[in-house]
Design a protein around this ligand. Structure first.
Ligand SMILES: [Zn+2]
Length: 423
């Protein structure tokens, strides 16, 4: 496959590069001077289309699209206990399948090529992702100390881990306030023995930080080691909002990554994570949307813009959380956080997971190769996505989904929601 005359940009480049991009199978083959490649092109950008690594949504609960709008404006613990959990207890595998496909429509059209999902009925999530051709890191959300559920997580590893190169599986203890420390330790031990990562929520709310200190009588940073999170191959810590500033360095040079979910944290009134401190300490940070019931979008562009602006305002410093750092969080550091190798940069031999962005829009007049990254982060939006490619395969092109039947999914998902909420 050949993409002719496009502007290439990844987070290792200060300036975009005009080029022809050749893809062979699932990987990037070569990067050539613009209009120099021989043979017919699959796509001609005419110098006005940017090609970036696809976005990684590193923390999601995809099928929560069916719960979007539930418990609006309630704080997290009330929102979970009174509005979300009772409905989730009624979810069926079929509903999770269609809810996930609904999420995939939204993610693929906004340039997401990879996502981390923690939910239930993960076989359905795996099948939905495989059919859509989207890269996915799956974990069955584990609550309580139920051995049977840990076994479900282990079965998922056996069935789907590394399947077709698109899927990886983690174990997913929901959080330290829903999984007792001893059970959490057991899950980490199982992950270590199985050679897989962990995906969990950590320090999302002040209530959780207090729960750890008062009820568990532990320090929330020391507890990471006590439950075994430093011993697993890698761990995805969603949120980290209440991570103490003076302990941020403890995360540097570890196999733990923090997923920053600024819009979900703002909407639930949970607080604002110390992102500038994480970045200063070289802690790996990825970006996520969280579920559609707490965001309510599944749009990584929106997370990029929010996080880049939010922390500048709080610190009163426009030089921090730079556009290039934000792009790194949304792409290669997201992929690394999820344990995917050779994903997230535009280099020969790396996976051809790409998003194409149409620069023929009013808000891109004046965009140059030198300012493209800032232009995308501060001016761009998901409405500019002209194409999405995963492992060398087109999933979305000029407004049309090629692997998802949009009309059927909208109809089925609406019916599932009606049935679920008894609306
Ligand atoms: Zn979450």
């Amino acid at each position: 496959m050949l993409l002719r005359d496009v502007l290439l940009l990844d987070s290792s480049m200060e300036s975009a590069l005009a080029c022809d991009l050749a893809i062979s199978g699932s990987v990037i083959d070569s990067i050539l001077p613009p209009r120099s490649a021989e043979g017919p092109a699959d796509f001609d950008g005419k110098g006005a289309v940017a090609v970036l690594p696809g976005f990684v949504n590193a923390h999601a609960h995809a099928a929560m699209t069916l719960l979007r709008g539930l418990g609006e404006e309630a704080p997290l613990m009330e929102w979970l206990r009174e509005r979300i959990w009772p409905v989730e207890a009624r979810l069926t595998p079929e509903q999770v399948f269609w809810g996930t496909r609904l999420a995939l429509l939204e993610m693929v059209s906004s340039g997401v090529t990879c996502f981390a999902d923690m939910y239930f009925f993960m076989d359905q999530v795996a099948e939905a992702s495989l059919q859509a051709g989207v890269r996915c890191a799956l974990s069955r959300g584990l609550v309580g100390a139920d051995e049977g559920k840990i076994q479900e997580g282990v079965d998922l590893i056996r069935r789907y881990h590394n399947l077709s190169g698109l899927i990886s599986v983690q174990l997913g203890p929901h959080a330290i306030y829903t999984v007792p420390p001893e059970a959490f330790r057991e899950i980490c031990r199982t992950a270590k023995d199985s050679g897989v990562g962990i995906h969990t929520h950590w320090l999302e709310t002040e209530w959780e930080a207090e729960y750890i200190r008062q009820q568990l009588k532990k320090d929330p940073v020391d507890l990471l080691a006590e439950v075994g999170l430093h011993e697993v191959p890698f761990a995805i810590l969603a949120h980290g909002v209440w991570f103490p500033e003076d302990r941020v360095r403890d995360l540097a040079k570890t196999r733990l990554s923090v997923v920053h979910n600024p819009n979900s944290n703002l909407k639930l009134g949970s607080g604002i994570a110390p992102l500038p401190s994480f970045l200063e300490a070289n802690v790996r940070v990825a970006l996520g949307t969280d579920g559609a019931a707490s965001n309510n979008r599944l749009d990584v562009w929106d997370e990029m813009r929010t996080c880049s602006l939010l922390h500048k305002g709080i610190r009163r410093d426009p030089s921090i959380v730079r556009a290039l750092e934000v792009l790194r969080m949304a792409t290669v550091d997201g992929a690394r956080a999820l344990g995917f190798e050779n994903v997230g940069l535009l280099k020969p031999g790396w996976q051809a997971d790409l998003v194409l962005v149409d620069l023929q829009k009013p808000h891109y007049v004046g965009t140059t190769p030198e300012n493209l990254c800032a232009s995308l982060v501060y001016s761009g939006s998901s409405a500019d996505v002209a194409g999405t490619i995963v492992a060398g395969e087109w999933l979305y092109r000029e407004g049309v989904h090629l692997k998802l039947e949009e009309e059927t999914i909208l109809r089925k998902a609406a019916a599932c929601r009606k049935e679920l909420l008894q609306e």
